[in-house]
Design a protein around this ligand. Sequence first.
Ligand code: ADP
Ligand code: MG
Length: 370
Amino acid sequence: MASNGPLILCDNLVKIYKVQDLEVVALQGLDLVVERGEFMGIVGPSGSGKSTLMNILGGLDVPSAGKAIVDGQDLLKLSPAGLTRYRRHKVGFVWQQPSRNLIPYLNVQENVDLPIIVGGGMSPSERSAWTRELLEAVGLYDRRHHTLHQLSGGEQQRTAISVALANKPVLLLADEPTGEVDTVTAQGILDTLRHLNKTYQLTIVTVTHDPRVSDQVDRVVGIRDGKTSSERVRRVQGELGQPAETDRDAPEQAADSAGQPKQGQVTYHEYVVLDSAGRLQLPREYLEELGISGRAQVEMTEKGILVVPARHQELGANNVNYADVAESWGPQKRSRGHNLGRRVKSVLGKRAARRSGDEDRSESAPKGRA
Ligand code: ADP
Ligand code: MG
């Protein structure tokens, strides 16, 4: 069992779902590294591929291509039996609905006992000591004889977390674990996750749409269109393993008036992610503000790389935004009269109208994709 290096390594991960004749590319070359002991959040719009990634890391789904290695095990190469062992011992999974982890007619203790008995890796006395420790860690030991309908939503989710951790996995995956509960309950669930992360150096990856989560976790990775696009890293000044601040890496928040973060102070750093081919996604707001779409110019400057709107946008069909053309092809049936030249002209015509300011307000906003 490999115990060095990052716990999770995804390299150019691709997942394509085939539904009848249609192909949905849920992950399109996603790269991700998660260190051991990290508590990480994943955010992104609906349909961006977050659950697909979690299901692959959880051994519940198989990637179409690329690499997904967890604790030294290549998930693309595991046999069905190997995958079952992986799901049982390496990884724990928590869903939005705690009921997916729980059997309603068993009590809390029995729900946690069950996967340990099935896993077969502990003697009865080991099991008893471990479930006690685990239920104390999630604050449910005195509720161990309660059945599920006697528990609140937050208590059910904390039971589900205990069930996920019953066989001492190295990785806990949670897909929107606070998606169905109120703010106070959500905070309790996050506190529990943070406590487990600190106590057992447990690596946790949680999907969330809850903006407060980004203040709880070490790092938030943004996913867009099936690829990692941005990262927000939380640093506590002076914490072990945190590099000293430099000018280039200046904190964006919480610096004191002298500009230097104090010991113990929390700072956040925003990054865009480059993939292995050097591609990156620029923030959509910036692109819209500058009116960049289709093409841009990249210039080397003293401070770094500058991205500016392409000059000579008017030159003609060569500078057309291909996404706009594809969109205009979209719902209409192909017929003899529809050729690319015409489409391009109509898109260019629309653009000219936009520039001259008489744009129809109902027209969709420009696409901001790098
Ligand atoms: P998210 O969790 O970020 O909302 P998902 O990973 O669930 O996104 O989905 C990503 C894309 O893959 C979506 O377009 C979704 O419709 C599609 N998808 C997800 N699961 C399946 C599936 N089992 N079969 C077909 N398409 C799927
Ligand atoms: Mg999802």
